[in-house]
Design a protein around this ligand. Structure first.
Ligand SMILES: Nc1ncnc2c1ncn2[C@@H]1O[C@H](COP(=O)(O)OP(=O)(O)OP(=O)(O)O)[C@@H](O)[C@H]1O
Ligand SMILES: [Mg+2]
Length: 454
């Protein structure tokens, strides 16, 4: 009978920075008595892999029968992004472990003793409740900048066992982000000697934490070709954060690449399209109804804005529900003449209007399914379109004037330095961007990472 082959982790040589993560806590290391470690920087730079492994090694070398917390943005994302690979690595290194999935507990055993690694999600409410009742000998937060500060404070507050340490990694966000201000900027490992003296004289409370900055060159498992591909995926503020690994503010123009070279994106004639989707944003008295028809070329290589409908209620008067239904049926029919269209994604805040469109679509036998848009984080949608543009995979037909102008005029708000906020005060056309983004949200990740992972 053929034996089932168990997956193994194929280790490549660790880079110098990864080796630092793996060894900083060893007794012979000059920084072993520090209270923790922060690794920030570029995407795919090898932070998570080395930190997760080192965290377990450290815990197993330093403690017996203790509890530890391992946290991701959500429990689900932690399992996907960290635990799957970690288990492979532990197996390759001969560790024994048991994953109690229902309890989100990983038991790791060695030489007759066990340590208990509880998995938490910084954004999961239940995790926030559960972590309050536990005593920890160590805390590992993967993607810490995506967690609420309150969760991290709660978790660090539970680390009361002697010798406990904090382990953090993340990609950068804005310069006023809580993790940058309250952790990195006051870490002794980040500050120069003069900065430390200055901070002390100013009465600042410093944290005795090691700081390491990663770039993709710190991951020796990436080929030059793959690194070049990742670099080509980002532009503007995203390039600075995700590739250079800098804590840079998102300010000014959002789609700078589009503004600087419109001729690269605006086309007269649609390329061959395999399928298309419709996105819909409903307008109130002060805003606009916007429909976007987005098409995909074979292999989802290009994302093309093919058609738009834009009705500004403020300027042209508010549409009745019947008029809105008629406009939609007309738009969908026009689309179906040329393209295969099945899905319509609508702003989920307007259930009555969605019901109206569903009935209108059925009556007109459009053969489309009217669904709620995901309405995920706006910044993820912005990053998606910026990345498509950087890769030359975004196109828009010349006649889609409202969307073109919306892309040209979109700017970040300077009101809240902590959050990257797209200005939405009625002075720019957000509606066309919303409907365009709703149309592609469900396939965003698979389109972006086409052929990149695995
Ligand atoms: N020493 C190594 N041997 C084999 N593969 C490695 C090694 N180091 C990193 N990798 C692989 O490189 C990829 C990126 O590593 P990792 O996920 O640790 O990066 P990251 O810095 O956490 O990225 P992100 O910021 O995107 O989360 C992963 O697929 C990982 O398995
Ligand atoms: Mg990571």
């Amino acid at each position: 009978m053929a034996r089932v082959k168990q997956a193994v982790f194929k280790f490549k040589p660790f880079s110098l920075k990864q080796k630092k993560i793996l060894s900083w806590w060893l007794p012979e290391s000059p920084v072993h008595d520090m209270d923790g470690i922060i690794a920030d920087g570029a995407i795919r730079s090898g932070k998570t892999v080395s930190m997760a492994l080192s965290f377990i090694f450290w815990a197993m070398e330093s403690f017996q029968e203790e509890n530890f917390a391992m946290c991701g943005k959500t429990i689900g994302s932690f399992r996907r992004n960290v635990l799957m690979v970690l288990k492979l690595m532990l197996r390759s290194r001969g560790y024994k472990f048991k994953d109690h999935r229902a309890d989100n507990l990983l038991e790791v055993s060695r030489k007759g003793f066990t340590n208990y690694f509880y998995i938490f999600g910084g954004k999961d409410e239940r995790s926030q409740d559960l972590i309050q009742g536990i005593t920890l000998a160590g805390l590992f937060c993967d993607e810490v900048a995506l967690m609420p500060e309150s969760f991290v404070n709660q978790a660090t507050g539970r680390c009361s066992v002697d010798g406990s340490k904090f382990w953090f990694n993340c990609n950068p966000a804005g310069p006023a982000h809580w993790f940058k201000l309250n952790w990195i900027n006051v870490s002794t490992g980040y500050l120069s000697k003069e900065d430390i003296d200055k901070a002390i004289s100013e009465g600042k409370e410093l944290k005795n934490i090691l700081y390491l900055h990663f770039t993709m060159d710190d991951n020796l498992s990436l080929s030059e070709k793959i690194k070049a591909r990742y670099r080509s995926m980002y532009t503007g503020v995203f390039f600075k954060r995700y590739i250079l690994g800098l804590w840079i503010a998102a300010e000014g123009i959002i789609y700078d690449l589009f503004c600087n070279s419109k001729e690269d994106f605006i086309i007269d004639k649609a390329p061959p399209i395999i399928s298309a989707v419709i996105g819909i944003d409903f307008g109130g008295t002060g805003s606009a109804h916007s429909f976007t028809l987005t098409g995909f070329t074979p292999g989802m290589r290009e994302v093309v804005v093919l058609d738009e409908y834009y009705h500004n209620n403020k300027e042209k008067g508010r549409l009745s529900p019947a008029e809105l239904d008629a406009a939609f049926v007309d738009f969908a029919k026009r689309a179906k003449v040329k393209y295969k269209v099945h899905d319509v994604y609508c702003d989920s805040a307007e259930q009555t209007l969605i019901e109206g469109l569903t009935i209108a679509a059925a009556k007109a036998r459009l053969g489309v399914e009217v669904k709620n848009a995901i309405k995920g984080p706006i910044n993820d949608r912005i990053a998606f379109y910026n990345s498509l543009m950087a890769q030359g995979r975004f196109k828009i037909l010349k006649h889609c004037k409202a969307t073109i102008s919306a892309l040209e005029n979109a700017v970040y708000s300077d009101k809240n330095p902590v959050k990257d906020e797209r200005l939405d005060d009625g002075t720019t056309n957000i509606d066309s961007l919303d409907s365009m983004e709703y149309s592609t949200e469900s396939v965003q990740d698979s389109i972006l990472y086409l052929g990149m992972r695995g």
